[in-house]
Design a protein around this ligand. Structure first.
Ligand code: ATR
Length: 275
């Protein structure tokens, strides 16, 4: 459920997961009117819907529409996965951060524990991943954003978890950002607007992981910038597949072979780009 949804690769991913795990599943795009999320969700449940993913701009509405929330949803105030039980009650979860962590640690084989991280952006995308990043116990996470007070608010919201996990968590101004980091995560919409890279190249170390949560052409400027400065660029396609795998496991209790599906999806996208 989203607006827009035409671009979404999720039906392809979940259909492939279902094939590979012998699950019977129908997963379709659902374009939701901008002002009509709650009513549309009820219509979906009345029609027999068992679960859904929720994307921009409804992740906050999805969290609010649920009867119960996972701790991750409570922290991020955003949900991307809804599970509908037999009585029509709605449980909300957020698998975005788990997907990011799985892609970095399992697929890219980069450890988060003990590392210095900068998270750029403080919108819904950044909010959804900060909790799971903290749970990996990096040494430090700096949150920076064009609008500084949003970064501050996000840090305040996560201060207790950071303390619990013994992680140094702070907000810094994007412009004057100093120091360099092991992992740089771009959770902004800057490249969609052709606005360039929101932080100075001095944040990169040779061999740093520079991760853009977008994929396809939207991630290209960030990946190019990373390569120019000796960092290892990675797009968000793996995060997309891994968050889908977490959602699939919540709905079905079965873990799909996400690395295989990620490779297949990369091949499909490469073929499309050549066509
Ligand atoms: P999403 O749910 O995808 O995170 P969002 O909530 O609109 O979308 O947040 C977009 C993020 O990209 C914000 O951190 C935004 O910065 P502001 O909080 O200052 O708006 C950031 N962003 C968008 N355009 C940007 C640009 N041109 N330069 C830098 N940051 C930008």
């Amino acid at each position: 459920m989203g607006h827009p949804v035409a671009h979404s690769r999720s039906p392809w991913i979940h259909t492939r997961f279902a094939q590979l795990t012998q699950q019977s599943l129908q997963y379709e795009r659902r374009l939701v009117p901008l002002q009509g999320f709650a009513a549309d969700l009820q219509a979906y449940i009345a029609a027999g819907g068992k679960g859904c993913n929720v994307t921009v701009p409804f992740k906050l509405d999805a969290a609010q529409a649920a009867h119960t929330q996972s701790p991750r949803v409570a922290l991020a105030a955003a949900a991307n996965t809804l599970v509908i039980d037999a009585e029509g009650r709605i449980h909300a979860d957020n698998t975005d951060g788990l997907g990011l962590v799985a892609d970095i640690t399992r697929n890219a084989q980069v450890s988060i524990s003990g590392q210095d991280i900068v998270l750029i952006g403080s919108g819904g995308a950044a909010a959804g991943v900060l909790g799971p990043l903290l749970e990996q116990q990096p040494r430090r996470i700096v949150v920076c954003n064009r609008t500084f007070n949003k970064a501050q608010a996000l840090v305040e919201q996560h201060a207790e978890l950071a303390k619990l996990q013994k992680v140094e968590l702070l907000a810094l101004e994007q412009q004057g950002l100093e120091g360099n980091f092991d992992i740089i995560i771009n959770a902004t919409a800057a490249s969609l607007q052709g606005a360039g890279i929101p932080v100075p190249a001095s944040v990169l170390r040779p061999g740093s992981l520079a991760y853009d949560m977008m994929y396809g052409p939207a991630a290209a400027p960030f990946l190019q910038w990373a390569a120019q400065h000796g960092a290892v660029g990675r797009d968000g396609l793996g995060m997309l597949v891994e968050q889908a795998a977490e959602s699939f496991a919540l709905w079905r209790g079965v873990r799909p072979p996400s690395q295989q599906v990620l490779q297949e999806l990369r091949d499909v996208l490469a073929q499309e780009a050549r066509a």
